[in-house]
Design a protein around this ligand. Sequence first.
Ligand code: NOJ
Length: 762
Amino acid sequence: MKTKIFIALILCFILTIKGYSQQQPAVTMNNFITSLMKKMTLDEKIGQLNLLTPGGGIATGAVVSSDVETKISKGQVGGLFGVIGEEKIRQAQEIAVTKSRLKIPLLFGSDVIHGYKTTFPIPLALSCSWDMLMIERSARIAATEATADGLNWAFSPMVDIARDPRWGRVAEGAGEDPYLGSQIAKAMVMGYQGNGLGNDNTLMSCVKHFALYGAVEGGREYNTVDMSRVKMYNYYLPPYKAAVEAGTGSVMSSFNTIDNIPATGNKWLLTDLLRKQWGFKGFVVSDYTAVNEMTEHGMGDLQTVSALALNAGLDMDMVGEGFLTTLKKSLQEGKVTRKQIDDACQRILEAKYKLGLFTDPYRYCNVERLAREVLSADKRTAAREFAEHSFVLLKNKDQLLPLKKSGTIALIGPLANDKSNMLGTWAVSGNSDLSIPVLEGMKNVSGNSVNILYAKGANISDDTSFAKKVNVFGTRIDIDKRSPKEMMDEALGIANRSDVIVAVIGEASEMTGESSSRSQINIPASQLTLLKELKKTGKPLVLVIMSGRPLTINWETENANAVLFTWHAGDEAGNAIADVLFGNYDPSGKLTISFPRSVGQIPVYYNHLNTGRPNPGDDFNKFHSNYLDVENSPLFPFGYGLSYTSFQYGDLKLSSTTLKTTGTIRASITVTNTGNYDGEEVVQLYLRDMVASIARPVKELKGFQKIFLKKGESKLVSFTIGIEDLKFYNAALKYVTEPGDFKLFVGGNSQEVKEGSFKLVN
Ligand code: NOJ
């Protein structure tokens, strides 16, 4: 007996060393799924490809699924989304695993976008922290809460590169840069999925929207996209690729066209690129009724577009039921193959297997964890920390901020004492009643030492028809019963009695997000009128601007003494804003998307190509590439953000001015905190390829480090540059480097940089 145990142990040891322990689960999974699929009818297989929403959550299209219970019992549903709460999810799962013939459990998805019940700042805000560990932690916490409440699949991260702030969904992404966007995509996938899908507190991520959705023409929602392959490969595709490399379990196809073919039916995109070139092994789900919408794109009737989608490589059909109702017919007519249906079904079953649903379909419904995890105090603390790190200080004339914790502050503005807009867009599971408005936060943080006077001062907008469009999910723009004049008089009354005015203004949360494009991205007229009157009082004016997108805030930044851009900051908005205003936290956020001076400049982004007639500086020069009526430069560039302290950059030193293709060089710079506060700085590294076979951008982010420096402290920051940092997709879409001259820039934003140069040699 002893000998047998000994031999078994030795065998185990050898197999482990040879990596068999890794392969074993895959073999088991394959066997399990093969034998399950042998039992499945064609209808049951097609059923797995069907994703429904029974309503109750947010419907983002015209249809909501019907007869969902019956369909689950008949094995016609692979997963649900928009079912909120452990109890409801448990009930739905029970139908699947007790009433359907083969008892296949369901996937439960949701738009877990920036937190779950505990709501964090919107993704664009989080990206401004440039803190990958923090961003990963935000996804980790969201996964912990969501999985305790029954969910196993998050429709996140949204990694669409966006250069057009008219598009409302810039709020959901990480801004304009492919390098930073890729780092964030990876951090989010790792945060959601952890070390794998087997744990009950991790969920499967779904990277979206594949692909190029951020480049819709005119910034108009759901619009078409047209783009060269070189542009795609170099700027728009890298974050999706990074998410795939990080192991995302699923991908969501986008609504837009690519090369005139909708992404959802685009074989080049879903099969050649995603599966063959990138090696993606998970499944692809469509966006909400995106299969059906291909009919509007002019691709044919429901049967035709459903076959097109399956042929292209789509595995799961969200809400539209084109797969459910037409694939069988298409198979009979030879328009799709049995193998295609099998492959799609297999990928979905594999995801369920990896999530452990065949072992325990209720593993994500855990009332004990639910009670412990959801909205726990540590998550609120994290929400406050994340928010503080996301704010970007755009101006601070004469060091007006931080405010003294004494005297009288007039806190004015439609967003100063508002709960309904704090969470931001896509907070489907959040509860705005739990959010902290700025007034409450200011009182919490300043205690009794400051006299805070409050007045609303203006409506977010006075335009009732605009308000109606914004208020679809509940009142976000609350038009006061008082007249604008009455509100203004009250505000001016308190302003005149105060030492400083803090005006909290900006966008309502649903002025950004899905289906919220704007052709003007300014502060609405009602609020600007208020600001102009406040300015006339001559009191120092601090602006706290909440928004889901960059805004054209020329007058505002010119005329205010200080501007803190807080985005929509989540549950702890008020406390975090007060922490920063009163100096408990020194702001460190840096913009991840450029702020235009006017809508006419859009797209304005830092990593643009040079023209043949570049404008030297911002003044008008005849026969150069510029405008008669506005400068070329943005109002605030990518990477920009101030601190209460100041940072000085020393000389940039390169370990060599020659880089061999097999080697590396080091760029080092000493950064010193020369101000009066401890603070964090994001040190950014940019490169420029001076001569190449295709035109290359004037600058590209290739590295960054967020460092903490005590007042008076210096640190040597070093970046290692190797061949990988110099690669790009050439005209033949080969990922190459080309020998020659490069410039290298290091600084605290994309424009104020120290410069060096080196040569790449073979
Ligand atoms: C449509 C949105 O485009 C997508 O981001 C979201 O995940 C789905 N609706 C599901 O709510």
